[in-house]
Design a binder for this molecule. Structure first.
Ligand code: BT5
Length: 322
């Protein structure tokens, strides 16, 4: 962590004033270096009070996603190390892919204020207006068979749902295969991409988009009708760096659980959070529309649909349209 990240982290964890020498000790730097870090933070919009003989106190923080802000909120062992924070990028997934090809390590995080070509599945667009959401991708290098990789979409969805419930009091549901919904509207989308051989994963890019603030520009009727932002639900202005830190921590815990014990526990959570199971659905698949009752999600992540006369169909890829 940089000095600024360390100073910010110390200030964040203190309710009261903290002396310059204590901050210097925490960060392992001189008091002059602490003063410079405080000046940088103030320049970036942090309100920090300085009182004689008492020290510094953080009064308010902007909603930034600079390297030091993301680092100060990281409580993970591996995810987010290193981190690339970008003002604007085509797509964090595309950027992460380029980094992965150059050998970037497991855990590398790419986060951007804006995506000019944010992607959904099948060439669809992910609306990514500047500052409105959390747009990030992780490079993962699991030593698991490629067929297991799609399970990581569920690992991520369950992690996001957990943070929304625990930290923001929002009950989210999961719509097969990759949406996190609140009240039927999409708050988060997940895009998993992979490079592999027949029996070995080179890397997985796990891309997550979360709507945090309302869009400033009209996103078009399709997105406007489907999307919901965290601010609208909490009636506050949610800060993105703590949200990112919490999602990464939840994701890391679940990722290692998945690596060690397999998909069972995650799948059970997916089922309990699912708004797809038990419903009559129409699923558009590469080979046409399948209609019936969604009865199960199996260990491969496939949706099981009971068609008329009880025939069971397993759907590995598709979109639930009704
Ligand atoms: C997804 O695709 O839901 C995956 C979205 C992944 C976005 C992240 S952001 C970071 C990383 N970098 C990227 O380039 N992508 C990932 P899909 O299931 O295909 O859903 C796409 C559909 O969701 C669109 O066709 C719209 O209908 C709708 N949509 C687009 N933008 C949205 C938004 N911001 N909020 C809610 N719905 C949106």
């Amino acid at each position: 962590m940089t000095t600024t990240a360390l100073v910010l982290s110390s200030l964040m964890h203190r309710e009261d004033y903290v002396s310059g020498s204590e901050l210097a000790k925490d960060a392992g730097v001189s008091r002059n270096a602490v003063w410079k870090a405080v000046e940088q933070l103030r320049g970036d919009g942090y309100q920090i009070d300085a009182a004689r003989r008492r020290g510094y106190r953080l009064l308010s923080a902007p909603d930034g996603l600079r390297d030091y802000e993301v680092s100060a909120h990281l409580v993970t062992e591996q995810l987010g190390k290193p981190v690339h924070c970008l003002a604007s990028v085509d797509s964090t997934n595309s950027y992460a892919k380029r980094e992965a090809r150059r050998g970037a390590p497991h855990g590398t995080l790419v986060v951007a204020e804006e995506q000019t070509a944010g992607r959904g599945r099948l060439g669809r667009v992910w609306e990514s207006q500047p500052g409105a959401g959390l747009y990030f991708s992780l490079i993962l290098r699991p030593e698991r068979p490629p067929a297991d990789a799609p399970q990581l979409t569920s690992v991520a969805a369950v992690a996001v749902a957990e943070v929304l419930r625990r930290d923001y009091g929002i009950g989210a549901q999961l719509k097969w295969p990759n949406d996190v919904l609140v009240g039927g509207r999409k708050i988060c989308g997940i895009l998993l991409e992979m490079s592999c051989e027949l029996d070995r994963i080179h890397y997985v890019i796990l891309g997550i988009g979360i709507n945090v603030h309302p869009f400033l520009r009209d996103p078009g009727a399709d997105v406007a009708a489907r999307a919901v932002a965290l601010d609208d639900l909490t009636k506050t202005s949610v800060r993105r760096a703590p949200l990112l830190g919490a999602v990464l921590k939840s994701l890391e815990d679940r990722y290692y659980e998945w690596m060690q014990t397999g998909y069972g526990r995650i799948l059970a959570e997916v089922k309990s959070l699912s708004c797809t199971l038990g419903r009559r659905v129409a699923v558009s698949t590469p080979s046409g529309i399948v209609e019936g009752i969604a009865t199960d999600i199996d260990l491969s992540g496939a949706l099981v649909v009971e068609e008329h006369r009880g025939a069971l169909r397993k759907i590995y890829a598709g979109d639930v349209t009704e």
